[in-house]
Design a protein around this ligand. Sequence first.
Ligand code: ATP
Ligand code: PRP
Length: 209
Amino acid sequence: MNELTIAMPKGRIFEEAYQMLLEAGFNLPEEVEMSRKLMIEIPEEKIRFILSKPMDVPVYVEHGVADIGIAGKDVLLEQQREVHELLDLKISNCYIASAGLPHTEMNEIAPRIATKYPNIAMKYYKGIGEQVEIIELNGSIELAPMIGLADRIVDIVSTGRTLKENGLVEYELISAVSSRLIANPVSYRMKGERIIDLVRRLKKCVNEQ
Ligand SMILES: Nc1ncnc2c1ncn2[C@@H]1O[C@H](COP(=O)(O)OP(=O)(O)OP(=O)(O)O)[C@@H](O)[C@H]1O
Ligand SMILES: O=P(O)(O)OC[C@H]1O[C@H](OP(=O)(O)OP(=O)(O)O)[C@H](O)[C@@H]1O
């Protein structure tokens, strides 16, 4: 049996993704003690997990240092990497939307859009014929309209609480987001049997509603 290296995102997605692997019948420890360890070997299953920032999962998979990985659709849309998207796991569901202060028009000349997703935002506004200036931020995006840095933000919405608590309203829905199983194209060919088995087992655990 080939060894499989799986890039797992630390943070929000990890817990749900790991539970899915347990449910799919992989012989893994019931609880992963969250230490500072970034690589976890499971010799019984010939699986090795590498734990990375969510945005870096497709990088490891594209470079082939991980055979497969779990990444949010937001990250995949933003980065457009050479990876195969194998399965929608339908976990960590949320969406990307534009938002801003209520009852405000966008500045007519070069409206400013603050976001962690410059490519998604640029593509969206280009698609609706708006020429915008993108201001790239790494977090606390909702601050931008409040303090006059931007007309709109493009960001993840899950419960809507962050928008509400910062007095912002949603304008346009840009894309639904869930986590996806991705594979390196060469690994997919070389370790096809193992990867297809994993997909088949995970597919049974996807919550369809
Ligand atoms: N409310 C949410 N906010 C952000 N991401 C969410 C949310 N709900 C689900 N997700 C998914 O989780 C992923 C981000 O996970 P997480 O929040 O742990 O990382 P992060 O905070 O963006 O990254 P970093 O650790 O680099 O700051 C996103 O790519 C998205 O697919
Ligand atoms: O709709 P909600 O349930 O409120 O979730 C959405 C918020 O969660 C994320 O932020 P995160 O917690 O990752 O913080 P940061 O991006 O500001 O660092 C996202 O960027 C939104 O701000």
